[in-house]
Design a protein around this ligand. Structure first.
Ligand SMILES: Nc1ncnc2c1ncn2[C@@H]1O[C@H](COP(=O)(O)OP(=O)(O)OP(=O)(O)O)[C@@H](O)[C@H]1O
Ligand SMILES: [Mg+2]
Length: 254
């Protein structure tokens, strides 16, 4: 079984990186072998693991042609770090005739070594994100329950469909979940109804609640299960992970 999943939403600050860290950690706890790829020049995923610019990052592999060298974090978790010069890669890809397959070519040789490859996308629908979709079987979208957040959904659906038609037939939006949810807010419930209208049974049952421990954990280089296993954040992400695992029979054998 192997699944390549992009965690993407072109809106910034919706919980993409937090989800990559904690879904990755949860899957590793379930014995899945996981590779996390930081494809964001902000390098927040890289920083969450306490790695620095000096580690081997994805831009090196892209520019020197040596291939990706995963960095081992702990049992079942490896990472390909990013650095700010990934922004240069985006410009180079553009000059190479808008190359959308460059990241797929780097990832493919590693595919058989992992159960899950999870890509942390930048908050844009630029060429790096298109490359992530071209390399992926699935796109999972975390959404913050704001009115403006759902306005962008039609765009990301269109972009995934474009990649599906022109570059990578395998890719599809396999799931959507709400982050930073507060059930006391009526607007949050309304927005959730709209999300269900768009995505129907692809909406995860679990909603990730706003939980300060999720924001604190990266500062000490930990995932939520290490930092505060009794927190709402740990509970919610363990349920998200279970839903991801439940999808294996449908998506695990593409
Ligand atoms: N459920 C949550 N409860 C509280 N804080 C959260 C939650 N999820 C994420 N955060 C915090 O919100 C901020 C944005 O989260 P994160 O960096 O994961 O978003 P992102 O979508 O990756 O952002 P960007 O678009 O900049 O890459 C971070 O400070 C993070 O710690
Ligand atoms: Mg991020």
């Amino acid at each position: 079984m192997n699944r390549i999943i992009s965690i993407s939403n072109h809106k910034g600050g919706v919980g993409k990186t937090t989800s990559v860290v904690n879904i990755g950690a949860g899957l590793a706890k379930h014995g899945r072998k996981v590779l996390l790829i930081d494809l964001d020049p902000q390098a927040n995923l890289t920083i969450s693991y306490g790695l620095s610019e000096s580690e081997k990052h994805i831009y090196d592999a892209h520019s020197n042609g040596n291939g990706l060298e995963p960095f081992h974090i702990r049992e079942n978790i490896d990472i390909i770090p990013a650095s700010s010069n990934l922004a240069i890669a985006e410009i180079e890809l553009k000059s190479k005739d808008n190359d959308e397959n460059s990241i797929a070519r780097l990832i493919n040789p590693l595919k058989s070594q992992y159960d899950y490859i999870i890509i942390d996308c930048p908050p844009s629908l630029g060429l790096l994100t298109l490359n992530a979709f071209a390399a992926s079987d699935e796109v999972i979208i975390p959404i913050q329950p704001h009115y403006l957040a759902i306005k962008g959904l039609a765009k990301i659906i269109e972009v995934v469909n474009n990649i599906k038609v022109n570059v990578n037939r395998r890719v599809e939006i396999s799931g959507v979940f709400v982050t930073m949810f507060d059930k006391r807010k009526i607007l949050h419930k309304d927005v959730l109804d709209t999300i269900i209208m768009y995505f129907d049974d692809r909406v995860f049952k679990t909603k990730v609640r706003t939980n300060i421990a999720l924001a604190e954990a990266p500062a000490v280089g930990q995932d939520i299960f290490q930092y505060d296993p009794g927190s709402n954040g740990a509970y919610d992400y363990s349920r998200i992970v279970q839903e991801v695992i439940d999808m294996e029979s449908k998506f695990g054998n593409k």
